[in-house]
Design a protein around this ligand. Structure first.
Ligand code: NAD
Length: 493
């Protein structure tokens, strides 16, 4: 295992305004590493005056940047990609040390973010606007315009990837972007800002305001911020959506999830066992795409037994990372306890698991836990626990399985493991989720296919990446022109 490099002493985490570092004026919070429990950062949180200062510093740059051609902006974004790749190691160490991820997971997250950046780079060739002769001598065309100053609020679990769902698209189409990173994992934002500066992104085009609720509410209320994207838990996604839209802004707010995998008895046992295990233990289950409910249809006992055996042999710190906070850890332990009380059979119990290395003994650890015969409607079947806990509900047939999946108020992802194309099609058609997997436990679409769920997993219209993301961060002007000397009447007159 590669060793994560933790900061020697707590790093100061200031705001990034107009290309300069400046501490926020709100209270200071300690950032502790989920791996060790040690303080690794000091966050200066922001209030409304800091958000106003960020917007002020972005005004001039937003105008100048928005007036550049798409090709000129893209040239800077190409360098941004190079600067991020050059910083792959420090970014991965930062992500891991503050979020609890394994190093390989941190690198994979950054690469997924860079995939969105690469899609943004392709816009100079793809986004040709479109022009038609719509009547004799009359043309009509689309012109894409930036909105001005826009903002993004990101969660703890992907400190580099989720911001990269937003920043490349918003900036490439010509906006200035104000980023409010998670107050639990703010440190990686410093490295991303450094990469942007080294790439030659003009000062003020990317600003960072650190902090929590106060900074978020100030972003939603600021009249010069035209659009707000949010990724985080459902209750906060809903409240940010309501506050931003009631202030006349565009908003797209992605929320939490409770993703289901339908496990059919004809599934390939190896594909199913490894796919399901990776889905609920990857990033220690702290992914909005993690599947936390398996609906076992018919006799899937062998696959379940195989998963339980593999889960029990996973080593913490090597095969799975840590949980973000001590509060989240206690919630997970209590949920396993409650599932037992509610009648579930605890097939794998990670509550007393610890990593082998003594340096991690004060970290936030729970091993993979598998709960079988979980009752539909119970806490383990319905609530987003956001940890490595898998609930298995047993049902008789596919219709019952789809009916249960459809009761979830969320709608991020749903998967099926089967060797039948007809069953796969049935699930793709009837599962209530924005992202469907067939024999894939984490069905994250690859760009240019966009990312986004349904219902309580997403407030607002459209997905956050792909062409939907481009549309969210821009507006289209329709220009209709007549330059021919033709004087006859047509429907355009
Ligand atoms: P969170 O909702 O606690 O925090 C998200 C952001 O909102 C952070 O920047 C935080 O500082 C801020 N915030 C927290 N409380 C706030 C409040 N009361 N008012 C205003 N702002 C507030 O989420 P989290 O714990 O950081 O992230 C985990 C959640 O995010 C899970 O529910 C997970 O499913 C979800 N998530 C969803 C997606 C998706 O694409 N749908 C992706 C990643 C994470």
């Amino acid at each position: 295992m590669d060793h994560i490099q933790f900061p020697d002493s707590p790093l100061e985490v200031p705001n990034f305004l107009g290309g300069a570092w400046q501490p926020g004026s709100g209270p200071v919070h300690e950032i502790r590493s989920p791996w060790t429990g040690m303080a690794i950062g000091k966050l200066y949180s922001s209030n409304a005056s800091d958000v106003a200062a960020a917007v002020e510093a972005a005004k001039g740059p937003a105008k100048a940047w928005g007036e550049l051609s798409l090709k000129d902006r893209t040239a800077v974004m190409f360098r941004f990609r190079d600067e991020l790749l050059a910083r792959m190691e420090p970014i991965a160490h930062s992500v891991s040390s503050e979020s609890g991820k394994l190093l390989a997971e941190s690198k994979a997250g950054l690469m997924k973010g860079i995939e969105v950046l690469e899609f943004a780079l392709s816009l100079q060739n793809l986004d040709d606007g479109g022009k038609m002769i719509v009547s004799s001598g009359v043309t009509c065309e689309y012109r894409r315009e930036p909105l001005g100053i826009v903002a993004g609020i990101t969660p703890f679990n992907f400190p580099a990837m989720v911001p990269m769902w937003m920043i490349p698209l918003a900036i490439t189409v010509g906006n200035a972007f104000v980023w409010k990173p998670s107050d639990k994992t703010p440190m990686t934002s410093l490295l991303i800002a450094e990469a942007a500066k080294a790439a030659g992104l003009p000062d003020g085009v990317l600003s960072i305001v650190q902090g929590g609720r106060e900074a978020v509410e100030a972003i939603c209320d600021h009249p010069d911020i035209k659009a707000v994207a949010f990724v985080g838990s459902t209750p906060v996604a809903r409240s940010v959506y309501v506050r931003a839209t009631s202030n006349g802004k565009r908003a797209l707010c992605l929320g939490g999830a409770k993703n289901h995998i339908i496990l059919m008895p004809d599934a390939d046992p190896e594909m199913a066992a490894s796919g399901i295990l990776a889905s609920f233990t990857g990033c220690a289950g702290q992914r909005c795409m993690a599947s936390s409910v398996v609906i076992g249809v018919g006799d899937v006992d062998d696959i379940v037994a195989e998963m339980a055996q593999r889960a029990a042999s996973m080593e913490l710190g090597r095969d799975m990372g840590a949980i973000i906070t001590t509060e989240s850890l206690s919630k997970l332990r209590m949920a396993v306890q409650q599932a037992g009380t509610d009648g579930a059979e605890i097939l794998a119990d990670g509550r007393s698991s610890r990593p082998k290395q003594s340096e991690f003994e004060s970290g936030n650890w729970i091993g993979p836990s598998i709960l079988d015969h979980v009752k539909p409607g119970s806490q383990a079947a319905c609530d987003e626990l956001f940890g490595p806990v898998l609930s298995i509900v047993r049902l008789k047939n596919l219709s019952e399985a789809l009916a249960l999946e459809n009761t979830s108020p969320y709608g991020n992802a749903a998967s099926v493991f089967t060797s039948s194309g007809a069953v796969a099609e049935e699930v793709a058609k009837h599962a209530h989720a924005g992202m469907i997997g067939v024999n894939i436990g984490v069905p994250v679409p690859r760009e240019p296919f966009s990312f986004g769920g349904f219902s309580e997993s997403r407030f607002g219209h459209g997905d956050i990446t792909g062409m939907d993301g481009v549309a969210f961060w821009s507006r289209q002007k329709k220009v209709t022109q007549k330059w021919s000397l033709q004087k006859d009447q047509n429907w355009m007159n």
